[in-house]
Design a protein around this ligand. Structure first.
Ligand code: ZN
Length: 162
């Protein structure tokens, strides 16, 4: 199976059956992100046990990429320490936003299937929405993140469409 086919199947699978998509009973922190240009929204909840991210849950609406990326993110970071979570977050950003040719496969695991997003500038904000909520949650930033205001995102002048 080539990477493109795998990518498509992974996205569809996570979109149809999002993982960790139930709100937590007693979250320690909650953060939100919106991506108005596509209509994506993610609310993310975290609960820590000592230094580990013991539980994570999200509620989201939006396109397949935004929801699949958030679903995959929750799987990747659950059970990890704060430092490991930040490592995964950085590696994902480098791969998708900065287009790193040699992504940190060790940190990213299955997330490397998302590498192709880097070549779709209009969809990078979709893929980063859940991750931006994660970053906001770790920083205990209560204000909703707006992807359209994030100047680190690539220009997306040619519009959406997958
Ligand atoms: Zn989207």
């Amino acid at each position: 199976m080539d990477l493109k086919t795998l990518y498509r199947e992974v996205i569809v699978d996570h979109y149809k059956k999002p993982r960790n998509s139930t709100p937590l009973d007693h979250p320690d922190v909650e953060a939100k992100c919106k991506n108005p240009s596509c209509g994506d929204r993610v609310t993310l909840q975290l609960r820590f046990a000592n230094d580990n991210l013991a539980e994570i849950g999200f509620i989201g609406v939006g396109c397949a990429i935004s929801q699949a990326s958030t679903s995959m993110m929750t799987q990747a970071v659950k059970g990890k320490s704060r430092e490991e979570v930040r490592q995964i977050m950085t590696a994902f950003r480098e791969m998708v936003v900065e287009g790193a040719e040699q992504p940190d496969a060790e940190a990213l695991g299955d997330l490397v299937t998302m590498q192709g997003i880097a070549k779709l500038p209009a969809r990078v904000k979709c893929a980063m929405c859940g991750w931006s909520a994660l970053e906001a949650a770790l920083d205990e930033q209560s204000e909703e993140v707006d992807m359209d205001q994030d100047t680190s995102m690539p220009e997306a002048k040619r519009g959406g469409g997958m």
